[in-house]
Structure formats: structure tokens, C-alpha cells
Design a protein around this ligand. Structure first.
Ligand SMILES: C[S@@+](CC[C@H](N)C(=O)[O-])C[C@H]1O[C@@H](n2cnc3c(N)ncnc32)[C@H](O)[C@@H]1O
Length: 260
């Protein structure tokens, strides 16, 4: 049972988090207090947060498009900006469509798209066993473990209407520059996109046309800086490209479509 806010010195939790450098100490303290089951658990959670663990790993969940998505230690924390990618996918995915959440991490994207479009046939995959375990708790559909498309059932070839692929896209040389929360607490494989940040995307783009249905879409996130090269990568794979931008969330999404 959650610890009631009135039974704990919330101000002490706020002070501890603020002293540890948490910018949103009040909001975080309320979430931690509301999530803790016992005073001992509360103390542990506050200590973990003060030691620098991402809030979502401390809570065990992240808010994503109105859902509470479980996020296990080491698993990539779904970013608020990625909600835009899901919104773009929802606009283009017909009812009953086959959807694949590739590089699914916690499965947040697939879970949010399924919440918006409950009739989809959802499959997900990731190479990291911890992510796969986590996604299996968050998703109703099957979650496969392995390298990109390799673990997907062959029967999905040519039938995927929407391929969500929030691949890692941080250039290797910039991983060390990420905030400590990401660098120290998210798996390297979730962040490192190779020398120019596009290595995983290149592999996805190379295989996507075989898996997409005619008129099907591959959606992925990119940075402003990488957008032009990312677009060239999917165009070279024979896909038609649109770029959608959301200034409010600082999100750039590439929608690459297999010609019908
Ligand atoms: C940036 S995270 C995105 C996770 C999730 N889609 C999200 O947005 O919250 C990238 C994910 O890709 C997975 N990944 C990296 N390389 C992969 C590969 N070769 N095959 C499958 N998954 C891979 C990582 O394990 C990680 O979960």
C-alpha cells in the first residue's frame, strides 16, 4: 500500500533530492512517495535517486502517452519526445494492421500505439535480454530476442504496415558526453549508433523494404544534425521519405514508405 503523503516528511525528501541536484525535486519527491510501498522502500528509493539513478528506474515505471510503462534497471527510459513518433505512426496505421516495434526497449512505443489502436497485431523485438523481459510485461503481443529482424517470424515478411524503429543514434564518440543518467544507467547497446550514429539505421533501412507491406511505413527518430544523412540512407533503400518535426518536443521523425 502506498505511503500516505501525510505520514512522511515530504519536505525532507525534497531537501534530500534538491541537495543531490534534482532540478524537479518537488515533483520527483511526490512521485517517489506515492510509489513507495513502505517507509523502508521510500528510504531506499530516495537514496537511489540521490545517487543518480534515473527517476524512472527508481520508480520502476515511466509515463508515456498517458500509460505507465514498466522500465527495469539498465533498460532505455522512453523519452517524452518519442511520443511524437507514436502519434505519427497512429495517423498512418490502419485498423488491424501488422505493427513491429523493432529495437523495442521497454516496449513503450508498441504499448502506446496499441493503446491508441487496439486492433493492431503487434510484434516487438530487441537484442538486449533485459529489454525483452521488460517489454514482455508491457506488451500483449509476442516479444522476440535477437539482432534486428533476425528473430521475427518469416511469415511477417512483406506484411508489416508500420515498422517502429527507435534505433540507437548517438555517435560512438558522443556517448561519453551524454548525461550521467543515460551513460551510467542505460545499456550501451541502447545508445551507441556507431561512428556516425547511423550504423543501426543503415542496417534497418537495408532490410525494411523486404518486411514492409506495399505502402507500409518505417518510422524512426533522428537528430537535426543527422536528418539529411538519415533521409539519404532510407531513400537509397528505395523508400519514399517525409520528415515530421515537433518543435515543442524537439522531435524529428522520418517516415519512410515502401511504394505501393
Ligand atoms: C534508443 S533505445 C529505444 C528503445 C525504445 N524503442 C524506446 O524508444 O524507448 C534502442 C534499443 O535498441 C536496442 N538495440 C540496439 N541494437 C540492436 C540490434 N542490433 N537488434 C535489436 N535491438 C537492438 C537496444 O537494446 C535498445 O533497447
Amino acid at each position: 500500500m502506498p505511503v500516505s503523503l501525510s505520514s512522511v516528511p515530504l519536505s525532507a525528501v525534497v531537501a534530500r533530492l534538491r541537495a543531490a541536484g534534482c532540478v524537479f525535486a518537488e515533483d520527483e519527491a511526490e512521485l517517489i512517495v506515492a510509489t513507495a510501498g513502505t517507509p523502508a522502500e521510500l528510504a531506499t528509493m530516495v537514496a537511489r535517486r540521490a545517487a543518480g539513478l534515473p527517476l524512472e528506474h527508481v520508480l520502476g515505471w515511466a509515463g508515456f502517452r498517458g500509460l505507465r510503462v514498466s522500465v527495469d534497471p539498465g533498460v532505455f527510459v522512453p523519452r517524452r519526445r518519442t511520443e511524437f513518433l507514436v502519434g505519427q505512426a497512429a495517423l498512418r496505421t490502419p485498423p488491424g494492421a501488422v505493427v513491429v516495434d523493432l529495437c523495442c526497449g521497454s516496449g513503450a512505443l508498441g504499448a502506446a500505439l496499441a493503446a491508441a489502436l487496439p486492433s493492431i497485431e503487434l510484434h516487438a523485438a530487441d537484442i538486449d535480454p533485459a529489454a525483452v523481459r521488460c517489454a514482455r510485461r508491457n506488451l500483449d503481443g509476442p516479444v522476440y530476442e535477437g539482432d534486428l529482424f533476425a528473430p521475427l517470424p518469416a511469415a511477417l515478411r512483406g506484411r508489416v504496415a508500420t515498422l517502429l524503429a527507435n534505433v540507437p543514434y548517438v555517435p560512438t564518440g558522443e556517448v561519453a558526453l551524454l548525461p550521467a543518467e543515460a551513460r551510467e544507467h542505460e545499456a550501451r547497446v541502447a545508445l551507441d549508433g556507431g561512428a556516425d550514429g547511423l550504423a543501426v539505421l543503415r542496417r534497418v533501412a537495408g532490410e525494411a523494404p523486404d518486411w514492409l507491406a506495399p505502402g507500409g511505413h518505417l518510422l524512426f527518430e533522428t537528430s537535426d544534425r543527422q536528418a539529411a544523412r538519415a533521409v539519404a540512407t532510407v531513400e537509397a533503400a528505395g523508400l519514399r521519405v517525409e520528415v515530421a518535426v515537433c518543435d515543442e518536443l524537439d522531435a524529428t521523425v522520418v517516415v519512410a514508405t515502401r511504394p505501393a
